[in-house]
Design a binder for this molecule. Structure first.
Ligand code: 3NM
Length: 551
């Protein structure tokens, strides 16, 4: 007979608890999901009696066979044998794989849960047919928004109301942990299929698949419980999920001249004028969800560089704004619980539209609230560009590192410190950028920026930029405008933003009459404006000041 070939793209794991299944019949829900395109089904029921398990599994097997989709049973080898379905899925606390294999034989599929590299390697060594890697995210709900009050909750199966579909959420590994496990398997078991599981839903599966893919290995699919079982229409939801799994995310297809990669400083500098012109001509929207301190300054900087600013902190507006082709800045300088809810809505909207998102983890390590906010925001969506000072980037890197105890970077306020060498900064930003599959900027006397493979250092700037509040934040605004306007290599757009910003700072500090921070701010706005105007008039003299190095 032989083992069936399996398409792991969209893997439904069932849950029969009333909180998730509601009043509905499990077999009908599974059939609807199969109609919608689910490619693999696991019957998972941790509480029912054996008789119920066998009867339900039999019914499910009739339906899955109709759609040519394999049925696996969670944990219970005896139930799989009783119904003659295609295999089992076993967790780390279930029967060991060699014993299960002995009982089931070589023709059955045996999948194993893994949350660490060691567990994954062991399962593959023992001949697992596939791995379920997780838990990716803790929440099984769609949203970090607080659940609606009982009086206002009329609709059944609203995902924000349901409890997690698995209470054991101690092994949250995030996309970074998933990536670590896949990199390790790429070396030893490149062909063993993998699916990821835990907290996955239509708004995050594309970016989880994108961010976790390594050179040698990417997940073969996603496994979901509540996103399908608790959906109001499991058929339509499965169809939508399958489409999402099979399509690259908009932020990849829309971004940055895919394939066009500039390697040399000379070529980057040749393009800076073009980038500045693109902002001037394109007048991109820079949507800032930023802190109370810099709202006005950021709006003026956006105008000076040729962007169109909107300071909109209310997440409901983001869906409309994201359609305008601009970029989003998420600056957590004055973070609150409501702000996190708003960021989530905005991130979803921009990720869906493909507009670049700049994340500024202001004061990331300063308080427990901010450290938690970093972890939350990093889980909410894809962040195309992360920009921060040394302390902030160190905090982001350590708080979201897989397989490492959380070293808490205690940071004083939001000030930048200068402890790392340029080479150390380069390692920091390139490692984080590779892990997040994005661009990371670490600011300081020398700004260092990387997309994980190419790293540039920009030494333009003036110490006066450090004597005025909010210059780091408004750099985020500048980067957002440049990234939104320039359709080529996005790393070039970010380097151009750093160069323009730094040189405008130098010129402002040198201006006659600028004797301190008070006079510096208006002069800086003027110089941002003048650099742009000179550029579009064809005068690129200012570029002679450029101090860019490739590391
Ligand atoms: N296994 P949802 S997480 C069944 O980490 C299961 O191995 C997990 O539910 C693991 O899709 C999980 O509703 C529950 O978040 C996933």
């Amino acid at each position: 007979m032989g083992k069936p070939t399996v398409d792991y793209s969209l893997y439904l794991v069932t849950d029969s608890t009333p909180a998730i299944l509601g009043e509905r019949n499990l077999v009908s829900v599974v059939e609807a999901a199969l109609k919608g395109g689910v490619t693999l089904v696991q019957y998972r029921d941790k509480t029912s009696d054996t008789r119920v398990l066998v009867d339900t599994a039999r019914e499910l097997h009739v339906v899955t066979k109709k759609y040519g989709v394999p049925l696996l049973i969670n944990d219970r080898v005896d139930v799989a044998l009783a119904v003659g379905c295609e295999g089992v899925h076993i967790g780390q606390d279930d029967m060991d794989l060699p014993t299960a294999r002995k009982l089931l034989g070589d023709d059955k599929i045996i999948g194993v849960s893994a949350s660490t590299t060691q567990e994954a390697q062991k399962a593959c060594d023992e001949g697992a047919d596939y791995l379920g890697i997780g838990t990716i995210f803790s929440t099984s709900t769609y949203s970090i928004s607080p659940p609606p009050s009982p009086q206002t909750t009329k609709k059944k199966n609203k995902l924000a109301d349901i409890p997690p579909s698995k209470s054991n959420t101690k092994n949250i590994i995030g996309t970074a942990g998933l990536r670590t496990i896949l990199s390790s398997l790429a070396q030893t078991h490149p062909t063993t299929p993998t699916v990821c599981i835990g907290g996955l839903h239509p708004h995050n599966i594309q970016r989880v698949l994108y961010q976790s893919a390594t050179d040698g290995k990417a997940p073969d699919g996603v496994a979901l419980v509540s996103a399908i079982v608790a959906a109001a229409d499991p058929e339509a939801e499965s169809r939508r999920l399958l489409e999402l799994v099979r399509t690259p995310p908009a932020f990849v297809t829309r971004s940055a001249g895919a394939g066009e990669r500039v390697e040399s400083v000379r070529v980057v500098l040749d393009l800076v004028g073009e980038v500045v012109g693109a902002v001037d001509g394109g007048n991109p929207l820079s949507h800032n969800m930023t802190n109370l301190v810099v709202q006005n300054f950021a709006a003026n900087v956006a105008l000076a560089v040729g962007a169109s600013p909107i300071m909109a902190n209310y997440g409901e507006e983001a869906a409309d704004l994201a359609k305008l082709g601009g970029a989003l800045v998420v600056n957590m300088g004055t973070v609150t619980p409501e702000a996190l809810v708003n960021y989530e809505k905005a991130l979803r909207a921009y990720n869906l539209a493909g507009g670049p998102v700049v994340y500024d983890p202001v004061g990331a390590g300063a308080t427990a609230v901010r450290r938690n906010a970093v972890k939350t925001i990093m889980g909410l969506g894809y962040l195309d560009i992360i920009k921060g000072n040394e302390g902030e980037i160190l905090t982001v890197a350590s708080l979201t590192a897989p397989d490492s105890p959380q070293q808490q970077q205690q940071q004083r306020g939001v000030d930048s410190s200068h402890k790392l060498s340029v080479a150390e900064k380069a390692t920091l930003v390139s490692t984080l950028a590779r892990r997040e599959r994005n661009i990371v900027v670490c600011t300081g006397k020398t700004d260092v920026v990387s997309d994980g493979t190419r790293t540039f250092a920009v030494s333009n700037g003036h110490e006066m930029l450090g004597r005025v509040t909010g210059t780091g934040c408004v750099l985020g605004t500048t980067i957002s405008a440049f990234a939104a306007a320039y359709g080529g290599d996005r790393l070039v757009a970010v380097v151009a933003a750093l160069v323009v910003f730094g040189i405008a700072g130098e010129r402002a500090a040198e201006r006659e009459g600028v004797v301190g921070p008070g006079g510096f701010v208006p002069a800086f706005l003027d110089e941002l404006f003048r650099v742009r105007k000179e550029t579009v008039a064809g005068d690129l003299e200012w570029l002679k000041r450029t101090k860019v190095e490739k590391l």
